[in-house]
Design a binder for this molecule. Sequence first.
Ligand SMILES: *[C@@H]1O[C@H](CO)[C@@H](O)[C@H](O)[C@H]1NC(C)=O
Ligand SMILES: *[C@@H]1O[C@H](CO)[C@@H](O)[C@H](O)[C@H]1NC(C)=O
Ligand SMILES: *[C@@H]1O[C@H](CO)[C@@H](O)[C@H](O)[C@H]1NC(C)=O
Ligand SMILES: *[C@@H]1O[C@H](CO)[C@@H](O)[C@H](O)[C@H]1NC(C)=O
Ligand SMILES: *[C@@H]1O[C@H](CO)[C@@H](O)[C@H](O)[C@H]1NC(C)=O
Length: 433
Amino acid sequence: MATSTHLILFSALLLAASAAAQTSFRPKALILPVKKDAATLQYITNLTQRTPPVSVPLTLDLGGQFLWVDCQQGYTSTTYRPARCRSAQCSLAGADGCGECYSPPGPGCNNNTCGLLPDNTVTHTATGGELAADVVTIQSADGKNPGRVVSVNQFLFVCGSTFLLEGLAAGVKGMAGLGRTKISLPIQFAASFSFPRRFAICLTSSTSSNGVVFFGESPYVFLPGIDVSKSLIYTPLILNPVSTASAYSSGDPSSEYFIRVKSIKISEKTVPINTSLLTIDNNGYGGTKISTVNPYTVLESSIYNAVTNFFVNELANVKRVDSVAPFGACFDSKNISSTRVGPGVPAIDLVLQNEDVYWRIFGANSMVQVSEDVLCLGFVDGGSNPRTSIVIGGHTIEDNLLQFDVARSRLGFTSSLLFRQTTCANFNFTSNA
Ligand SMILES: *[C@@H]1O[C@H](CO)[C@@H](O)[C@H](O)[C@H]1NC(C)=O
Ligand SMILES: *[C@@H]1O[C@H](CO)[C@@H](O)[C@H](O)[C@H]1NC(C)=O
Ligand SMILES: *[C@@H]1O[C@H](CO)[C@@H](O)[C@H](O)[C@H]1NC(C)=O
Ligand SMILES: *[C@@H]1O[C@H](CO)[C@@H](O)[C@H](O)[C@H]1NC(C)=O
Ligand SMILES: *[C@@H]1O[C@H](CO)[C@@H](O)[C@H](O)[C@H]1NC(C)=O
């Protein structure tokens, strides 16, 4: 009797001590380094998860619904907890079902658990998977440098299957979804540390140095000491009422980030396009989204043709060469000068909520060097009647910082950081903890 009372008292003290340790340091922001994979052009980050901790490589998916990882192979953790049917975790995640599993029990296979549909948004493949929680550790940050490591004990994620990894970069074990849901990475981090529902991505064009994702408070300081949070331009984020996932329940909205592009200008002249393609219709078709799983910007055919023809006319004095797939308009790079913001070509503007607010795309983000002598306009034909008319892809957003302020439903963007004499590879990852 005496022994057990003693034990209870002891564990109560331990609990009090660990609660105190958690409250004594509350980070204002967190960071993840992001690498570009040369073979797939995917953006890869590592998240530390499980007990004992494992660094899990993941493809970054800006519009992805949640974190999903392969639990079928190599998942061992003493802190893995499946979400029980009808628990608060299931309802937060919007997972109504109640599942049984007929394979040997283990992570991803438990009875009386709720599930969601992990989605490989690169190959558009989805499957069923168990909702679960495990510990995640991540570096805090002060906006300039990483700080000490912090953890979230019950971080929700979904168990995927090994086959779902097909099409992802070598070694990757899942996808890190930053989308508009209640259980995406930024929203869970914000809830755990009571910081704003806000995050920023700064992807690098280099495959040898790291870009960065910031969760929580700004500033966003890049060497040599440039706080780019001071130069953001804002535009509203638009909700697409119909899910764009590979599989979903009817009534689910899209977890992807859409913005309202009203027109496109090249050399400050409006490109004639069918602007009704730029609004989202009742079936969720049309509009403009930002994606990190599309390496290049994809345009609906009629927009693609109009933009390409207009651009080619504006560059009429430059020698056009044979096109190189997947691009249509390629040029002799010897005839194109080089500027601080990349190849000296006409600027392309995405005109937003009014004529004075536009996202200017310079050569570094519009042109792709496909060989020593050839530069191509880095836009791809998305065919007619695609789900989304304009998908702003990775190459277009590299070395631009994009802040997704979910709480205020707005996107902050910088345009090219090359103008400010820095790049997304210039975050100082040396810890000052
Ligand atoms: C992820 O971890 C692997 C293995 O430790 C490492 O080679 C890679 O550079 C890391 N990626 C990032 C973005 O930190
Ligand atoms: C789940 O329950 C069924 C039926 O009771 C049983 O056959 C199965 O082995 C159980 N699965 C696990 C993973 O425990
Ligand atoms: C413009 O696009 C809308 C939506 O796809 C289509 O219904 C309409 O016919 C198009 N208009 C023209 C002039 O092509
Ligand atoms: C394009 O480059 C070629 C080869 O350097 C040169 O002969 C030609 O004059 C250039 N044309 C223009 C318009 O710059
Ligand atoms: C990066 O940050 C560390 C830690 O604060 C600092 O010592 C170092 O000088 C910084 N590097 C540069 C190039 O400023």
